[in-house]
Write a protein that binds this ligand. Structure first.
Ligand SMILES: [Mg+2]
Length: 156
């Protein structure tokens, strides 16, 4: 088995690594006549990282006991979403992270230990075999709370 002895961590993109809310609002202002402004290219690559997300991703990736991947579900009706997510990863996390990007509408099919996601269901999160870290919840409101959780785990 690959990654033997390591804990596999998956991280969602929208609302977790990427500030989808701010980006969507800006895109809506740009295309006020459209019911689905995400249908227009430029939304996904234009998203800013969530506060602390880039540093937290790098910190988690540097932990020797962890293998970190991005597990994001696509906006299936918008093909540009697939390529823009890939571009976003290169832009903010570097070419070395592109190989860690998994785009899947069925998150439960990926085996692993942790899934950091703002949704608890809808794309298989509720059937994920590992522990769901509910980003944006009271327990994990931001990246600092998530890295604190992992540093406490490592110290045990
Ligand atoms: Mg999300």
């Amino acid at each position: 088995m690959r990654f033997e002895g390591k804990k596999i961590v998956y991280i969602d993109m929208d609302h977790v690594l990427c500030d989808y809310e701010a980006g969507f609002n800006a895109h809506q202002t740009k295309y006020p006549e459209l019911a689905y402004p995400q249908s227009q290219p430029g939304l996904y690559i234009g998203l800013d990282p969530m506060p602390g997300a880039v540093d937290a991703f790098k910190w988690l990736s540097a932990q020797p006991e962890l293998e970190v991947f991005i597990l994001t579900s696509p906006s299936e009706k918008n093909p540009h979403c697939y390529s823009e997510k890939r571009q976003w990863v290169e832009k903010y996390l570097g070419m070395e992270t592109v190989n860690r990007l998994i785009i899947s509408p069925h998150k439960d099919l990926n085996r692993g230990d942790y899934l950091i996601d703002d949704n608890v269901a809808g794309k298989g999160q509720d059937h994920f075999e590992g522990e769901l870290i509910h980003f944006g919840s009271e327990q994990y409101p931001n990246w600092q709370s998530v890295t604190t959780y992992f540093s406490n785990l490592a110290a045990r």
